[in-house]
Design a protein around this ligand. Structure first.
Ligand code: DER
Length: 236
């Protein structure tokens, strides 16, 4: 099985939680893409009816439109029945890192408004602690004086050997990545655990130029993990 096969298996399992009439949060990324495709297929087959989708990125908005999934937003639907989305890291307490696809702010808004948030991952996303993959923990920041904000973020976690980098686009990497919301992303890389996640979250959000970060603490209600040996469903 390829990694994409595993993503698809997890995604299809998550869509089994979808019932007709639901307001759905539609996630972003290569795993959530399979879930959105599957929802579109079931709508087309008439096996699902009266679904309203709330996309977590312009990319997912385009995908859902092309599938004929009726779309709305949080202003019209402030309570969402179920969201399905991927993750970059999942720790043993079902805390997540998300946002390597750049959509963390709208994802956190939609998934924070959900009764159920089902996370779909292949087993490569499981970590012992947040930041443990050594890959990016994204922070969305305003463009104004981003270097100042980046240096404050790096200093905040210097004991954890943190390095803060502006996310850029293209091969030459000279263009800053701009989110759907017109902001920049500072990627934080840790050499060891940042300890208390809630405290870390609070200190990040107190920095004036910060909009949101990619730690989703205590938000997932279910995590579906697809591995070589099969599916595991972890409930909060
Ligand atoms: O960027 C995001 O938040 C994505 O959901 C990410 O966390 C998972 O993306 P993937 O399914 O392509 O690995």
């Amino acid at each position: 099985l390829t990694q994409d096969d595993l993503k698809k298996i997890a995604a299809y399992k998550a869509v089994e939680y979808v019932e007709s009439g639901m307001v759905l949060g539609l996630g972003t990324g290569s795993t959530a893409k399979h879930a959105v495709d599957r929802i579109g297929e079931l709508l087309r087959q008439g096996k699902l009816k009266d679904i309203v989708g709330i996309p977590t990125s312009t990319k997912t908005h385009e995908q859902a439109l092309s599938l004929g999934i009726p779309l709305s937003d949080l202003d019209s639907h402030p309570v969402v029945d179920l969201a399905i989305d991927g993750a970059d890291e999942v720790d043993p307490y079902l805390n997540l890192v998300k946002g390597r696809g750049g959509s963390l702010l709208r994802e956190k808004m939609v998934e924070g408004a959900c009764k159920k948030f089902v996370v779909i991952v292949d087993e490569s996303k499981l970590v012992n602690y947040i930041g443990g993959s050594g890959l990016a923990m994204p922070v969305e920041v305003i463009q104004f004086c981003w270097k100042f904000t980046a240096s404050r973020l790096q200093k905040l976690f210097e004991e954890s050997g943190c390095v803060a980098k502006l996310r850029t686009l293209g091969e030459k990497g000279d263009e800053p990545y701009v989110t759907d919301n017109g902001n920049f992303i500072i990627d934080l890389y840790f050499k060891q655990s940042i300890g208390d996640l809630k405290a870390a979250s609070d200190s990040i959000l107190q920095i004036a130029g910060v909009v949101e970060h990619g730690m989703f603490i205590d938000m997932a209600t279910t995590v579906i993990v697809a591995g070589e040996l099969g599916l595991t469903v972890k409930d909060k």
